[in-house]
Design a protein around this ligand. Structure first.
Ligand code: C5P
Ligand code: MG
Length: 173
């Protein structure tokens, strides 16, 4: 989404990277949470996101638009965001890649053949689905109530999903 001036930040990827950082005090905690499909306490996640945003804007003040992937995933994430970023950033919209559980599990199992991720196995995936249903879905509903959700049918092919995303950015970008 660079074309539209966004910097892509993935909360999950930042947590994975932090897990590999030998200086981090959170390595074991993050590993455990990810394997169990649970959401890491927001203090950790928001500090990683904020560091990336601050560094990006310090290098180039015009780069102040971010596409944050996989966040906020629960009430704790949302509160942490409001506490740290509210008043400094606007949330323009939320992209909701809607896809049924079975397709998600199949895709992640397929990815698991080469991803090396400790959570791309059936047991972790079932837990991730539970976390999604219990903790993430209510957050999507909150954004729906204020008209910020752009829903995409993510069960379609990669190309079709991409076209949908492009349409949204062309309109809203
Ligand atoms: O987004 P993704 O599915 O790649 O995230 C992988 C894992 O990273 C999640 O299952 C969760 O354990 C952790 N995560 C988190 N908080 C977020 C995003 C991801 O704890 N906001
Ligand atoms: Mg992700």
């Amino acid at each position: 989404m660079e074309k539209y001036g966004y910097t892509h930040l993935s909360a999950g990827e930042l947590l994975c990277d932090e897990r590999k950082n030998p200086d981090s005090q959170y390595v074991e905690l993050i590993e455990k949470y990810i394997k169990d499909g649970k959401i890491v306490p927001v203090e950790i996640t928001i500090s990683l996101l904020k560091r990336e945003m601050d560094q990006t804007m310090a290098a180039n003040a015009e780069k102040n638009k971010f596409l944050i992937d996989g966040f906020p995933r629960n009430q704790d994430n949302l509160q942490g965001w409001n506490k740290t970023v509210d008043g400094k950033a606007d949330v323009s919209f939320v992209l909701f890649f809607d896809c049924n559980n079975e397709i998600c599990i199949e895709r992640c199992l397929e990815r698991g053949k080469s991803s090396g991720r400790s959570d791309d196995n059936r047991e972790s995936l079932e837990k991730r689905i539970q976390t999604y249903l219990q903790s993430t879905k209510p957050i999507i509903h909150l954004y729906e109530e204020v008209g910020k959700v752009k829903k995409i049918d993510a069960s379609k092919s990669v190309d079709e999903v991409f076209d949908e995303v492009v349409k949204i950015f062309d309109k809203e970008g």
